[in-house]
Design a protein around this ligand. Structure first.
Ligand SMILES: Nc1ncnc2c1ncn2[C@@H]1O[C@H](COP(=O)(O)OP(=O)(O)O)[C@@H](O)[C@H]1O
Ligand SMILES: Cc1ncsc1CCOP(=O)(O)O
Length: 272
């Protein structure tokens, strides 16, 4: 993909220790530009698509039951977000996931706003059997996934990642993959590893869809990372460092949203 716009300088991959640890994944993603099929909330489609493009991946969205499984056959990874859950998506998601599993493509589950919602909650729990490479959610969502608590306040968490570690471990046991619990300090773990990422900015919670974008970026990273844990850690660090840079440059939530896209591009960009 070519761009005539200059990249504004951002943090160097070598000089920030958190970025340095995930630099190979960031570089490999930009080299590969993976195509990510995203089934995501209508409210977040735009930021997810533009965020993936800014990072160096390529997005593809579908909503239609009859088309979604076909699109998955040509994608490098699948991101499933239950955010606004259309009737088509409700029926189509299991079929789309089945195609990803059949074709050996990594897929990421983002169980947005599960808890009380009567369709998405059992759907998300059932999808753990299809072995997502990563489950990414906020703490309330991860707790609800294993039946602890009634979820958050809409799409927002009422809990902190630290309180969801036991639940995350249970999800790891059920899914066989990694789990990334987002919040002020993100928790990423799988059966053998655990990382805390105390980066980012609360401004990320003032713009809708940043969690959805993190899930989609995790799916993109999972194409080039060794495994789900590496992918989740790389995406989490990338997103949070970009958030910090955007917060330095923004005047409020509107410009933060715009700066976040520039910052996803700027993090570790060639020559920065
Ligand atoms: N208080 C905070 N301080 C720093 N970063 C945060 C904070 N809250 C959320 N984030 C970051 O914002 C992004 C979205 O996370 P979150 O808001 O928890 O997701 P969701 O939108 O699914 O609830 C993540 O990268 C997370 O690390
Ligand atoms: C507002 C809203 N309602 C249903 S999904 C959604 C977006 C949630 O996005 P995020 O949790 O990533 O901010």
């Amino acid at each position: 993909m070519t761009s005539s716009l200059p990249t504004r300088p951002g943090p160097d991959l070598a000089h920030d220790p958190d970025l340095a640890a995930v630099a190979p994944v960031i570089r490999a993603l930009r080299e590969r530009a993976p195509l990510v099929h995203c089934i995501t909330a209508t409210v977040s489609m735009e930021i997810v698509a533009n965020g993936l493009l800014a990072a160096g991946a390529r997005p593809m969205m579908t909503e239609t039951l009859a088309e979604a499984p076909v699109v998955t056959t040509v994608a490098d990874a699948l991101a499933v977000n239950l955010g606004t859950l259309s009737t088509d998506a409700m029926e189509g998601i299991p079929a789309v996931v089945e195609v990803a599993v059949r074709d050996g493509r990594p897929w990421v589950l983002d169980p947005t706003a599960i808890g009380l919602a009567p369709v998405r909650t059992p759907l998300a729990r059932g999808l753990l059997d299809s072995r997502p490479a990563v489950v990414r959610g906020n703490a309330s969502e991860v707790l609800a996934l294993v039946g602890s608590g009634a979820g958050g306040r809409g799409a927002d968490s009422l809990a902190v990642p630290e309180s969801a570690e036991a639940a995350a471990r249970e999800v790891v046991r059920k899914s066989g993959g990694a789990v990334a619990v987002s919040g002020e300090t993100d928790l990423v773990l799988d059966a053998g590893r655990r990382a805390l990422v105390a980066r980012g900015t609360s401004q990320l919670t003032r713009v809708t869809g940043t969690g959805c974008l993190l899930g989609a970026l995790t799916a993109a990273c999972s194409v080039v990372a060794e495994d789900g844990f590496e992918a989740a850690l790389a995406a989490t660090v990338w997103m949070n460092v970009a958030g910090e840079l955007a917060a330095e440059r923004a005047a409020g939530p509107g410009s933060f949203r715009m700066e976040l896209l520039d910052a996803l591009d700027a993090v570790g960009a060639e020559g920065s």
